[in-house]
Design a protein around this ligand. Structure first.
Ligand SMILES: [Zn+2]
Length: 426
């Protein structure tokens, strides 16, 4: 979950919860105090100095708590990176979706994302105290992006993929260049100064390093998939954005013109010349603020060329939908599936690596490129646990997995990147 990237909301919820607890404690204290005083704040002249100073301290504390609460509320309402809320025709279209019930989008199967308050505190503490030991021990050497070779793959039978860590992937299919979930900022977080910092790379790819983009594809609006800073740079440079229902509201708030945004519900399709794009389901959730959970849709994507097919899985827990998508649109020449940021406590919205291996079989992916790892520490496992467990399971199942370095090209039909490069940084 998201305990960092997806879960700025959880952190802020914790802060608010603590504020409310403090307030509640003060209220209880004040009630007790009322039995001996004429009013809560009316301190009698005869009150002992200790009691008087305690009341003043409590008043100061209460004022501080109220100030902090107001600041949080103002921040969440005013900070542009939080995005916006759908209204008017967009909201009407969302409300008409079969996946929208009682003001929120729903998963196709029962999906719980609730953690108890105690568990949230425990997990947050574990991440803060032990997070660093799970991260790379050295600067990761990336592969220089080979733009010439990438752009040379324009034929209908050619596909090229370059992965930049986490879920940012550049895909060339049917002569089109598409970028998924671009996050090139330092932290996938609600605020720029707090949250998980990206792992040290010798070179962090920048948008200006990339070839001209025909389109950007988004899977959902969590911070580790939809980055405000990156979108400010994309504005005016890309003319097509394919997003799940509702997500366009954030993009419009950030200045992207509505005619450049194509919003789709699950199973709806769009075209980019000869390339067909299908917005397909995923088992996950959404939200960027404190109160907007599941108010925009999450999805995976099928990219269907005239000869080749790619599946981009977005974020998803394991479920029967992979098989449905495989039956309907498979086989896929390349499947990009999430493998990272998992935990038994939120297994319904992120897969274990062994489930990722099974999902490749379900969607009929001929070659798997695991994503959602290698850049941000968003859970409690070590940073190499996803790829080690996945490659072990894939070997048992006999499935094909590519393990490109950050930035390295995987060209369909060419040699499959298979080095265990991460072992140098454990
Ligand atoms: Zn997510």
């Amino acid at each position: 979950m998201i305990l960092r990237g997806d879960s700025g909301a959880i952190r802020l919820n914790v802060e608010l919860w603590q504020s409310f607890r403090t307030l509640a404690k003060f209220e209880n204290f004040a009630k007790v105090g009322k039995q001996s005083c004429s009013s809560k704040f009316d301190v009698p002249d005869s009150a002992p100095p200790m009691k008087k100073s305690l009341k003043i301290s409590l008043l100061v504390l209460l004022s501080l708590v109220v100030l902090i609460a107001l600041t949080v509320v103002a921040f969440v309402n005013l900070a542009p990176q939080i995005g916006s809320a759908a209204t008017g025709p967009r909201l009407k279209r969302m409300q008409a979706s079969p996946n929208y019930k009682e003001g929120k989008f729903q998963n196709l199967v029962e999906t719980s994302i609730a953690m108890s308050f105690g568990k949230t505190v425990n997990v947050s503490w574990e991440m803060l105290s032990k997070g660093a030991i799970n991260e790379p021990k050295d600067t990761i050497q990336t592969a220089p992006f080979d733009a010439k070779r990438f752009e040379g793959t324009g034929q209908p039978d050619e596909v090229a993929v370059s992965w930049f860590g986490h879920s940012s992937v550049l895909i060339r299919i049917q002569g089109k260049t598409l970028l998924t979930d671009p996050v090139f900022g330092e932290r996938p977080s609600m605020v720029s100064f707090f949250g998980p910092k990206r792992f040290p790379f010798d070179h962090h790819i920048r948008l200006e390093d990339l070839p001209k983009l025909d389109a950007v594809i988004l899977s959902h609006d969590h911070y580790d998939h939809l980055d405000y800073e990156t979108f400010l740079q994309l504005k005016g440079k890309v003319s097509r954005f394919f997003v799940p229902l509702g997500v366009g509201v954030h993009l419009e708030k950030w200045g992207i013109s509505p005619e450049h945004i194509t919003e789709l519900d699950w199973w709806e399709t769009a075209r980019l010349d000869d390339l067909k794009l299908v917005c397909t389901p995923a088992r996950h959730f959404s939200g960027r603020g404190l109160t907007n959970r599941n108010t925009t849709l999450w999805s995976s994507w099928v990219l269907q060329g005239t000869q080749r097919r790619v599946y981009y899985g977005g974020d998803s827990g394991y479920y029967s939908g992979f098989k449905t998508i495989g039956d309907k649109y498979g086989p896929f020449d390349i499947a990009l599936l999430e493998c990272g940021a998992y935990n038994q406590d939120w297994i319904s919205i992120h897969m274990m690596p062994e489930q990722t291996a099974q999902a490749q079989l379900d969607v009929k992916g001929k070659l798997l490129i695991p994503i959602h790892w290698g850049k941000f520490n968003l859970a409690l496992h070590t940073w190499t646990d996803p790829i080690e467990r996945l490659t072990r399971k894939a070997a048992q199942l006999g499935t094909a997995v590519a393990t490109p370095r950050i930035g390295e090209l995987t060209v369909l039909g060419g040699p499959v990147p298979a080095t265990r490069w991460w072992e140098a940084y454990r």
